[in-house]
Design a protein around this ligand. Structure first.
Ligand code: FUB
Ligand code: ZN
Length: 643
């Protein structure tokens, strides 16, 4: 099919013209309105709900993260009773350990929203009561200080509240994750228990940092995103204002590490600690949408180009450098790259927000690439082993996974597992979106859902075995006939572009095609910003039949990427592949594929619950996300090009 391409710039301006001081011009269909009913993501979500959620609850308890709240409460109680020198020593390692519990509550709440579970709800009630008991009377909540008030319990903590937050204490980081959890729990259960804890804490922040008060730049961003969620849940404009105050407190003249080197509106490069950075850019997107202030949008548009056209792995991971867990220089993408799982989560959050601001599919192309690869690799097929780092080659020995070789059940610094968990539990929130009379379809998975478009409720059902097969039947059933535009994302990879830049390109000369039919006839609609834009009067029983060719594709990186010189990678649809050798016989750098080798997909129901493997000549490649699930292997994504 030869779709008509509408020039990019014109429509970008049209969509952004609608950016006003109310909210994102494109609105997501909430995850609670869409349910995965089978196939690839259903398996992952089921494992997440049945294994990862209870596992993470137990790990937080066994590791004494929940005990921290009890110890803080005990210190307050005993001091109030007259034991003025009583204090507890934290039994865990990091002053931000509270945040892991908050993220677990958030993820568990998302799971609860979709699958009611009285025992889980009760479990959360218990945690929340213990968290509330650890909150100081004025709203301060940070167990490491409260349990040990006379002197800092950790070198990252200042003598005074907030004093070391711009560097290391993570007091505001914990607040941000608390707010995300409180809102999620409130929305899932209708209970205000944790939300009230959040609001009491936010009132303290307002007293300390509200207009004209103490001005500090949070050392680890996320409070901005958390405050925006609190604002959305309560409609109290102070929380949005505070988010903006924290954004505007950054720079100039601070370290790049935590993005304090310039005013945020003057930043143009993705630099520093990658999780911090991507959370910051997400917060800037939120504030741009809600205030209508384009300066934030202009900055993150430039930063996005830097991150995704020069600093992103083929797997959609970012944050190449172990030192500082940071973005590297342009094209600095070593094979043993750091690629923290949290950075992938945060990139997905940021990508989605860029889409909501612009209506452009290239952002969701990156989202999809990260979701299927550098994000999903972070959790084992079994759901109870995790990667903190996600390199694209592994020597079978290096203790690069936060001090361990290979996947492990938990970490001393356990930010990644609950981040994965909350994202998987709410993944359907990224499937659809609406703007005026347009309905965006962004993600393909066997699912059922509904959205309201132009005043009409529309039921949406996808039947597909994506990503293993390229067919997607999308049934679009309005409750009564309704005219609207269905914007169906035609992924970049299906248009011969693995990424929306020249960072990676297909090197096999293939030109796979795709088709979209209704009632057996080609749709023949225009392609607008990567979406097939189908306007018609939709009636119950209508369906779009999509079909994407899925040949095995050979990819090369831009010549500026030294690490991949002379190497090729292989992918099929959005899934990147790797070769692993659990016997350690082949060092990662030695994996090679003979030129001219036959490349074909091979269904492997026996592997990892059923995947599509690749035969690359004599070598079998598996999906990258599934590596290290059958014994610690050597592994490589980028294979030598042999003569
Ligand atoms: O600092 C809190 C979290 O710990 C960061 O987001 C991760 O990168 C890890 O350093
Ligand atoms: Zn992490």
């Amino acid at each position: 099919m030869k779709p008509q391409i509408i020039p990019l710039l014109v429509s970008t301006l049209t969509i952004l013209g609608a950016l006003r001081a109310s909210d994102y011009p494109v609105q997501p269909v909430p995850f609670t309105a869409v349910r995965v009913t089978g196939g690839f993501w259903h398996e992952r979500q089921e494992v997440n709900r049945a294994v990862t959620v209870p596992f993470a609850l137990k790990q937080c308890e066994d590791s004494k993260r929940i005990a921290n709240f009890d110890l803080a409460a005990e210190t307050m109680r005993r001091r109030a009773a007259g034991e003025m020198t009583f204090q507890n020593t934290p039994p865990t390692i990091f002053p931000f350990d509270d945040s892991d519990a908050y993220k677990v509550i958030e993820g568990a709440s998302y799971a609860l929203s979709v699958s009611p579970d009285a025992a889980l709800e009760k479990h959360l009630d218990d945690w929340i009561a213990r968290i509330a008991a650890a909150q100081e009377p004025d709203g301060y909540l940070y167990t490491f200080r409260t349990m040990h008030p006379d002197s800092p319990a950790h070198k990252w903590i200042g003598l005074q509240r907030w004093e070391k937050d711009p560097e290391s204490s993570h007091e505001l980081y914990c607040a941000g994750h608390l707010y995300e959890a409180g809102v999620a729990h409130f929305q899932a259960t209708g209970k205000r228990t944790l939300l009230d804890v959040c609001l009491k804490n936010a009132e303290l922040l307002w007293r300390d940092f509200g207009d004209g008060k103490l001005r500090i730049a949070p050392g680890h961003e996320i409070v901005e995103v958390g405050l925006v969620k609190l604002y959305r849940a309560t409609n109290d404009a102070r929380w949005l204002k505070l988010a903006q105050i924290f954004l505007d407190a950054r720079g100039p003249g601070g370290p790049e590490y935590n993005q304090r080197h310039k005013l945020v509106v003057d930043q143009a490069e993705a630099v520093g600690h990658a999780v911090r950075a991507n959370y910051l850019y997400s917060g800037m997107a939120d504030v741009a949408a809600l205030t209508g202030d384009r300066r934030y949008f202009d900055a993150i548009t430039k930063i996005w180009e830097s991150a995704t056209t020069r600093k992103m792995y083929l797997t959609g991971s970012v944050g190449a450098m172990a030192k500082g867990e940071a973005y590297g220089a342009d094209y600095e993408l070593p094979l043993d790259g750091y690629n923290e799982t949290c950075a992938a989560v945060a990139l997905m959050q940021w990508a989605h927000r860029m889409f909501l601001l612009t209506g452009e599919s290239r952002y969701m192309d990156v989202f999809e690439r990260t979701a299927f690869n550098g994000f999903l690799s972070g959790v084992s097929i079994s759901g109870d082993r995790f990667f903190y780092t996600n390199p694209v080659a592994y020597d079978g020995q290096k203790k690069n996974n936060s001090g361990f070789a290979g996947r492990v059940p938990w970490f001393g610094c356990a930010c990644c597992p609950p981040n994965l968990m909350r994202t998987l539990a709410s993944l359907t929130g990224y499937f659809y979106a609406v703007k005026d009379d347009s309905l965006f379809v962004n993600f393909y998975a066997q699912s059922e859902g509904s959205a309201t478009i132009a005043g009409t409720k529309v039921t949406l059902a996808q039947t597909t075995d994506y990503p293993w097969k390229g067919g997607v039947r999308l049934a679009v059933s309005p409750e009564r006939p309704a005219k609207f535009m269905l914007r169906v994302r035609i992924p970049g990879w299906a248009q011969n572009h693995p990424v929306p830049s020249d960072l990676y390109a297909y090197a096999d000369g293939l030109s796979p095609t795709w088709s979209a039919k209704i009632d057996g006839r080609d749709v023949g609609a225009p392609l607008d910003h990567g979406y097939l834009a189908i306007t018609r009067e939709w009636r119950a029983g209508d369906a779009v039949e999509l079909n994407f060719d899925l040949p095995v594709r050979t990819v090369r990186a831009n010549d500026h990427v030294n690490a991949t010189a002379g190497r090729e990678a292989f992918e099929r649809g959005p899934v990147v592949y790797c070769v692993e050798d659990p016997a350690w016989k082949t060092p990662a750098e030695a994996f090679a594929v003979a030129r001219g080798a036959k490349l074909e997909a091979q269904p492997r129901p026996d592997l990892f619950g059923g995947v599509m493997a690749l035969k690359l000549g004599d070598t079998t490649a598996i999906p990258y996300f599934a590596w290290d699930n059958r014994g610690l292997p050597t592994m490589a994504v980028w294979l030598k090009r042999s003569p």
